[in-house]
Design a protein around this ligand. Structure first.
Ligand SMILES: [Zn+2]
Length: 285
């Protein structure tokens, strides 16, 4: 796990074990707020130790940007903290989250000590404020990657922790392309110093407009590819020949998972547009 100080009392963590997933910490004089946990217990514990030993404050709140495993399954390692999230995050963790953790525990010994810890403070619309020392955190819905996605703005520093709705490559498999587009379009107007994606590197002020445009271009390219494939007999065969580079993104993104995520994006988008999965010749009788 790597960590970096972004501004006074604001820290960024990035996993070295899984998909460059990120987390954040904002500290006040007597407590810390954690934004997302890391994918594996080992790294979440490492982050907790760093906060307690180096920053010397206890964690009072954990905010989950959304319910996916790599952002929320470490909640249980902060048993004294209040967990905050979108109302739907509570619902999804309690249903899909519990079921998938039970499945994962069978294959992954590292997760056997994990448990689902549900948010006890939730909101669905508007914004929620949380004061940490002299800083105000503003939490608001930021849907796209998933229906429960939220973002957290550190108002004084103009740093936005935006979860997975913005990352180096959009990921739609559990999301919605229209919500993603609408959320992305809000980013350039926020006057940000730093944009912290749910995976990957921090985006600096001067790079934000281009990064957002890159993701919007990617979304329009995959939309075109999916529409074109839908006119053919075996759309899946066609989609398999459209690589992530053809849509303007590098395959090394997100710890080399970009091509795989991209293929899933196109299948998910096909489903969103046509209400069925794309057919391939291999599945035809
Ligand atoms: Zn996610």
């Amino acid at each position: 796990m790597q960590h970096e100080r972004i501004a006074e009392n604001v820290y960024f963590f990035q996993s070295e074990l899984y998909a460059q997933v990120t987390a954040g910490v904002i500290t006040g004089p007597d407590m810390a707020v954690v934004i997302d946990t890391l994918a594996l217990p080992e790294e979440t514990r490492q982050m907790r130790r760093f906060i307690e030993r180096e920053l010397r404050v206890p964690v009072r709140y954990v905010i989950n940007t959304h319910y996916h495993a790599d952002h929320s399954w470490g909640n249980c390692f902060f048993p004294e903290a209040t967990i905050i999230a979108h109302t739907k995050c509570h619902e999804f963790l309690d249903t899909r989250g519990r079921a998938s953790l039970e499945r994962e525990k069978k294959d992954n010994a590292a997760l056997r000590e994990s448990d689902i810890a549900l948010p006890s403070v939730t909101f669905d619309e508007g914004q929620m404020d949380l004061q940490v020392g002299k800083k105000n955190l503003s939490l608001f819905p930021f849907p796209g990657h998933s229906a429960d996605s939220i973002a957290v703005l550190v108002e004084e520093d103009r740093i936005l922790f935006c979860g997975d709705t913005f990352m180096p490559l959009p990921v739609l498999a559990d999301g919605d392309i229209n919500d993603t587009t609408a959320s992305l379009k809000k980013l350039p107007k926020l006057g940000l110093e730093n944009l912290v994606p749910g995976h990957g590197e921090i985006v600096l002020r001067g790079e934000i407009d281009a990064a957002v445009k890159g993701n919007l271009d990617y979304l329009s390219k995959i939309t075109k590819a999916v529409r074109g494939a839908a006119r053919r007999r075996y759309p899946l065969d066609v989609l398999e020949t459209v690589h992530v580079e053809d849509c303007g993104k590098s395959r090394v993104l997100i710890a080399g998972m970009a091509e795989q995520l991209h293929q899933r994006n196109m299948v998910a988008l096909f489903y969103q547009l046509y209400g069925k999965l794309p057919e391939g010749s291999a599945t035809d009788d």
